[in-house]
Design a protein around this ligand. Structure first.
Ligand code: ADP
Length: 217
């Protein structure tokens, strides 16, 4: 894994929400375009402490962009993100702050989460745990030697069992079945369907979810 550790200590924003109650993370109506491509078209996510959410969906559906936005690596064009204890960051153009403040907001999000990327064929460095709040995994096993996949998924499952809050993008449905509290199916930059894995995988309601699951199962 390549771990992007928070590189700036301390929060740069004044605390406004109660850190002890309510969700750890709330994202509402996230929009993001790259040129003419609208990648996120109103993405919503509520994540409570200790909760494990798995994001599934076809390639290009916006999963990585979601994680990057939550980690402050990408600035949405519209929508809000709030982490418990921090302010609600509003990305709407009308209220967008000056670049310096916007950068502080991104850094504040970075302080609160650690992102684990897919690219490096390395066994996990648990430096990721230096960050107390939210773990974001972007296809953590997709670049691994098949023999290592199970081992890495087991490590992630153990972290989940220890109570870490995490959002995981993966095509490993058996992992999702075992580890996820909640599965989100994304298509075209929106959550088409969501629910506990047993429900979503066994009885998908939406035709697009059914088609996707049939193809990858
Ligand atoms: P997923 O993770 O579901 O495969 P992504 O969030 O990676 O989807 O990408 C969604 C779409 O956005 C893709 O079509 C991708 O090419 C495009 N995209 C992502 N990042 C950029 C970028 N920095 N510049 C241009 N296009 C991008």
């Amino acid at each position: 894994f390549m771990v992007l550790a928070p590189w700036r200590g301390g929060s740069t924003v004044v605390s406004r929400t109660d850190p002890t109650t309510g969700p750890l993370l709330t994202a509402r109506g996230l929009h993001k375009s790259f040129g003419a491509t609208e990648v996120l078209r109103g993405f919503d996510l509520t994540l409570h402490r200790g909760e494990v959410v798995v994001l599934i969906g076809p390639s290009g559906s916006g999963k990585t962009t979601v994680l990057r936005a939550l980690n402050g690596l990408e600035t949405p064009d519209a929508g809000t993100i709030a982490m418990s204890g921090g302010p609600e960051i509003d990305f709407a153009p009308e209220v967008r702050p000056k670049p310096r403040v916007a950068k502080q907001q991104r850094l504040a999000l970075r302080d609160r989460s650690a992102m684990v990327f897919q690219h490096h064929n390395l066994f996990p460095h648990l430096t990721v745990l230096e960050n107390p709040d939210l773990l974001l995994f972007d296809e953590p096993t997709s670049a691994l030697d098949p023999e290592l996949v199970g081992e890495v998924l087991l490590v992630i499952k153990e972290l989940a069992d220890e109570g870490w809050t995490m959002a995981v993008v993966t095509h490993e449905l058996s992992f999702a079945r075992e580890a996820a509290d909640h599965v989100l199916f994304l298509d075209g930059g929106v959550v088409v369907e969501q629910g506990p894995p047993a429900q979503l995988f066994s009885a998908p309601q939406h035709e697009r979810t059914q088609r996707f699951l049939t193809r990858i199962l």
